[in-house]
Design a protein around this ligand. Structure first.
Ligand SMILES: NC(=O)c1ccc[n+]([C@@H]2O[C@H](COP(=O)([O-])OP(=O)(O)OC[C@H]3O[C@@H](n4cnc5c(N)ncnc54)[C@H](O)[C@@H]3O)[C@@H](O)[C@H]2O)c1
Length: 328
């Protein structure tokens, strides 16, 4: 099996590659060839070194996508993106990568199939940003997509393309609408959603974190381990059960900031919680007020997708996967 991971140097890409290295038969067959591609150099896992090619490339550059597809990968994980904040401030870059880059990839697959029959499985990282306020209390699987950001618009267009190219038999695609992935490892970033992870990750490392919003703010979460699980399940499932609606809202956990903090207290104690400093930020509070809070993911769950059901589990996963099981 030839597996291609685009966006392999990103947070989810790295974790997916680590999982494939730890469980080489996770995709239901031996990985005979692994191609890792990203704008920054992907890390090659030692266990798969002999079968891995790592490429540094720009998906939006003309001619790039066909060069990725000429090796005819059987499974393609498309995780590369300009994420929400940057896609909003840099209109051209967001459309070039998230829309034109994705279209170029899909077209390269179509051209390859015209040369010789070819129908790979394509797993696309979409987002709950395809939905837009005003929201019902619980957003159902059939809620319409009216994004309120350029990023959400680019993901929604890509979802339509994915469904149409799948309908035409060009590839076998599944769009994975990810919840906000928490706890995001690494240094705090400037994403407006960053505090949801920062207020847990930093205290778990014995450091202070800033909470810019009130404790009643509610949002929709899954762990990085679940995100990887969604992609692996989508790569191996029987897609005939999906039907024409190829883009699925993944399961997650609806929780308030206050519930996050209480989960931190249960797992790591009062000392960790005392490291959270409250510094209300009206800009972030305003942005977050327009975000969805809860989803009905029953359709994806009926198809076998699973995520955490209590927040303590999300914190324990971070402690196991990122801190070697050690608490401060
Ligand atoms: N993390 C989340 O909470 C979340 C939520 C919803 C959707 N998603 C989606 O999941 C995917 C992965 O998310 P992540 O958190 O790992 O993001 P990330 O920013 O860590 O990784 C994205 C990767 O894409 C690469 N990339 C950007 N432009 C590129 C280009 N022109 N050519 C090649 N590579 C390029 C970046 O270098 C980066 O390594 C993205 O598509 C994102 O939109 C993530």
């Amino acid at each position: 099996m030839h597996v291609l991971v685009i966006g392999a140097a990103g947070m989810i890409g790295r974790k997916l590659v680590e999982r494939l290295a730890a469980s080489p038969s996770a995709l239901g067959g031996e990985i005979g060839r692994l191609t890792l591609a990203d704008a920054v150099a992907p890390v090659v896992p030692a266990a798969l070194r002999s079968v891995t090619t790592a490429l540094t490339f720009d998906l939006a550059a003309p001619g790039t996508a066909p060069s990725l597809i000429e090796g005819r990968p059987d499974v393609i994980f498309h995780l590369a993106a300009i994420v929400s904040g940057e896609a909003e401030t840099d209109f051209d870059k967001g459309y070039a990568v998230n829309l034109e880059g994705t279209r170029a990839l899909f077209e390269a697959i179509r051209r390859e199939g015209q040369r010789e029959p070819y129908r790979p499985r394509v797993l696309f990282a979409s987002s709950i940003a395809v939905f837009g306020a005003p929201f019902p209390e619980i957003i159902g699987p059939d809620f319409f997509t009216t994004p309120l950001t350029s990023y959400g618009t680019q993901k929604a267009i890509a979802e339509l393309l994915l469904a149409d190219y799948s309908r035409r038999g060009i590839f076998d695609g599944v769009g994975i609408r990810l919840p906000t992935i928490c706890i995001r490892p690494g240094a705090p970033n400037k994403a407006a959603s960053g505090f949801f992870s920062n207020i847990l990750r930093e205290p778990l490392a014995g450091k202070e974190a800033v909470l810019p919003v009130g404790e009643d703010v509610r949002h929709w979460f899954a762990s990085p381990r679940s995100a990887v699980g969604f992609f692996i399940h989508a790569a191996t499932m029987d897609t005939s059960a999906i039907g024409p609606r190829r883009n699925l809202t993944m399961p997650g956990l609806s929780a308030t900031v206050g519930e996050e903090i209480e989960a931190l207290r249960r797992v790591a104690g009062d000392k960790a919680v005392s490291l959270i400093r409250r510094e209300p930020d009206p800009v972030i509070t305003g942005i977050v007020a327009g975000w969805p809070t809860n989803f009905d993911a029953s359709r994806a769950m009926a198809l076998g997708f699973r995520a955490e059901t209590v927040f303590d589990e999300i914190i324990r996963i971070h402690v196991e996967d990122e801190l070697g099981g050690r608490l401060p």
